[in-house]
Write a protein that binds this ligand. Structure first.
Ligand SMILES: *[C@@H]1O[C@H](CO)[C@@H](O)[C@H](O)[C@H]1NC(C)=O
Ligand SMILES: *[C@@H]1O[C@H](CO)[C@@H](O)[C@H](O)[C@H]1NC(C)=O
Ligand SMILES: *[C@@H]1O[C@H](CO)[C@@H](O)[C@H](O)[C@H]1NC(C)=O
Ligand SMILES: [Fe+2]
Length: 224
């Protein structure tokens, strides 16, 4: 089938987020982009990048800050039902913050082409060729229903790469050890202003700006 949803993983990666969020003691801040808003043109225009980073990502961070504050108050008061009620907002905003922080570093004005070394070997082993991996990931990202993400991840148990789709409303349950290496944001805010509703054209263009060095670095870290 065209769809490679893995709800357990999408959810597990979110529960990991919650742990990271819960472990943090400071406020979260919006990370700077490692390039200018216009640097990814013509593939993603400056207007999209500016809105996506300074409005959408910033809103996740602000709401995460606010929700964490309320959560700490609920903890201090021993108010369990308030803690439970705050979980969805923690997950949503924590997930949004982590996902976008990965996404920005997965892209580069000097990106594109093909990966090298160990990452390329792993792609060939697990998908047959770079082109087959690209086709599978494109098809998966295009087919996400509504808002969501296409991910290339490293599965710790098997030592293999896998491609999955995550829809926005994935439930929180299950545990699998897939570590995100490359994420493609397919929410409309990521492409609509330039590509309108033609998501496949956005996906086709994004391959020109993938920062394979960053993806390789994430694979090295994941294998440790
Ligand atoms: C998160 O909250 C802190 C404290 O309210 C604030 O200083 C920081 O700017 C917030 N992050 C963003 C991206 O607004
Ligand atoms: C973040 O990514 C996870 C998968 O890792 C996905 O399930 C979730 O919907 C995403 N959240 C946002 C707000 O983009
Ligand atoms: C990849 O992303 C990580 C985490 O954000 C960052 O620390 C690192 O510098 C990036 N590496 C490259 C080569 O872009
Ligand atoms: Fe986004």
């Amino acid at each position: 089938s065209l769809l490679y949803y893995n709800h357990a993983w999408c959810a597990a990666s979110l529960s990991q987020t919650i742990n990271q969020v819960a472990a943090s003691r400071q406020k979260h801040t919006l990370p700077d982009l490692p390039y200018d808003y216009g640097a990814l043109e013509p593939h993603i225009n400056a207007e999209i990048m500016q809105l996506h980073h300074s409005k959408h990502h910033a809103t996740y961070v602000n709401n995460l800050n606010v929700t964490e504050e309320k959560y700490k108050e609920a903890l201090a008061k021993g108010d369990v039902s308030a803690q439970v009620a705050l979980q969805p907002a923690l997950k949503f905003n924590g997930g949004g913050h982590i996902n976008h922080s990965i996404f920005w570093t997965n892209l580069s004005p000097n990106g594109g082409g093909e990966p090298q070394g160990e990452l390329m070997e792993a792609i060939k082993r697990d998908f047959g060729s770079f082109q087959k991996m690209q086709e599978k990931m494109s098809a998966t990202a295009v087919a996400v229903q509504g808002s969501g993400w296409g991910w290339l991840g490293y599965e710790k148990e098997s030592g293999r790469l896998r491609i999955v789709a995550c829809a926005n409303q994935d439930p929180l349950q299950g545990t699998t050890g897939l570590i995100p290496l490359l994420g493609i944001d397919v929410w409309e805010h990521a492409y609509y202003l330039q590509y309108k509703n033609v998501r496949p054209d956005y996906i086709k263009a994004i391959w020109n700006i993938i920062n394979w060095e960053n993806v390789s670095e994430r694979l090295q870290t994941a294998k440790k």
